[in-house]
Write a protein that binds this ligand. Structure first.
Ligand code: FES
Length: 360
């Protein structure tokens, strides 16, 4: 194996802007021309590019094409196994014992298909491309123009060396294997369960439901929300709904915050008279990607989401004044019931939570 060292500071490096005093001067002009060496760069040709034997190349090409095609078969096998094997089917294997047949075949098929694409690419590089080892030292982030030109030349050389243009069989089989490769992802999307219907657009809030303090679940009166204060609340009956549904989905949608300001500080609301003596109720779920929000600055009436800093102006109908949220914070109209507890006048008039919900 021949080893040629290229000195980037050598005088025969056309891209070298300056030759330092310590430079040894031993160079390989061949390497310089082949790889476009340049400023503070060392390139070592471990093995000079060789002519590839045509017969061996043909054999290697067939091997690589076979791997790509077997990869296609494995990917299609994944799809077939997904539909053909019941999720509960089992199989007994030596050493492993009883295992789920569907999981095993899906894993094997996808693993093999990935592996074969990788092995095919490696084999292609090993057998059909010239063997050249290139080491480039780190240097200033902005390279000189000469180095950029050299990099472009190397890239073009690499593209030419790969034979992508001439080896139609390899190109097509590689394309085929990569094209069918995403199929399992599409098939697996079926396993995400039924698509949500209207439940993402609605919460359990409805007219007459009381506001309960979060955690203590005690009903709230206007006196529990001082001016400048912020109180997290949930709808009355939430615990029963959670128990019946065996999940926290309703809590994730229905959480609200109550804040209070002087009525003359409210510049606009989402509906006429939706406050109660300066108390406003807003969804607590950020309209960006759904973080719960409670960072309230009483002086400006801004509510800040801790996740990505979306900021909502609660004195101005909850509109977004900063950050990635695309939609205002939905407001809940409120009043008090006969016993003086805060209640909703009706449900939310627009979907709460991340913006994609309103498009569902
Ligand atoms: S979730 Fe609130 S800003 Fe991203």
């Amino acid at each position: 194996m021949s080893k040629t060292k290229f000195d980037p500071y050598g005088e025969d490096n056309p891209a070298n802007p300056k030759k330092p005093a310590s430079s040894s001067g031993s160079t390989s002009s061949g390497a310089a021309q082949t790889h476009g060496g340049s400023y503070e760069e060392e390139i070592i040709a471990v093995e000079a590019p060789q002519e590839i034997d045509a017969k061996a190349a043909k054999r290697a090409e067939r091997q690589v094409a076979t791997m790509f095609m077997v990869s296609v078969v494995c990917t299609l096998g994944f799809v077939v196994a997904y539909f053909a094997l019941p999720a509960t089917a089992t199989i007994e294997l030596p050493l492993i014992g009883i295992t789920n047949a569907s999981n095993l075949s899906l894993g094997l098929a996808l693993g093999l298909s990935t592996l074969l694409i990788g092995l095919g690419a490696i084999q292609w590089a090993r057998k059909l491309m010239p063997h050249v080892e290139v080491i480039q030292q780190r240097h200033l982030l902005k390279p000189p123009d000469s180095l950029r030109k050299a990099a472009l030349a190397q890239f073009s050389q690499g593209a030419a060396d790969s034979g992508l243009g001439q080896r139609r069989l390899l190109r097509r089989t590689l394309l085929a294997s990569l094209l069918v490769f995403p199929l399992p992802l599409i098939v697996l999307a079926r396993g995400c369960g039924p698509a949500p219907k209207g439940e993402l657009n609605e919460t359990m809030w409805t007219g007459g439901l009381r506001f309960l303090a979060d955690i203590t679940y005690q009903p709230l009166k206007p006196s529990d929300v001082p001016i400048g204060g912020v109180v997290s609340a949930v709808p009355e009956g939430l615990l029963e709904v959670q128990k019946a549904q065996h999940n926290l989905n309703e809590r994730a949608k229905s959480a609200v915050i109550l804040i209070r300001m002087r009525p003359d500080q409210i510049r606009s609301q989402q509906g006429e008279g939706w406050d109660y003596q300066g108390i406003l109720a807003f969804s607590k779920i950020c309209t960006h990607v759904g973080c719960p929000i409670a960072l309230y600055e009483q002086r400006t009436h801004h509510l800040l989401c801790p996740c990505h800093q979306s900021t909502f102006d609660l004195a101005d109908d909850g509109k977004v004044i900063y950050g990635p949220a695309a939609r205002r914070l939905p407001q809940l109209p409120i009043t008090v019931d006969a016993e003086g507890y805060l209640v909703a006048r009706e449900g939310f008039q627009e979907p709460v939570g991340p913006s994609f919900w309103e498009r569902s």
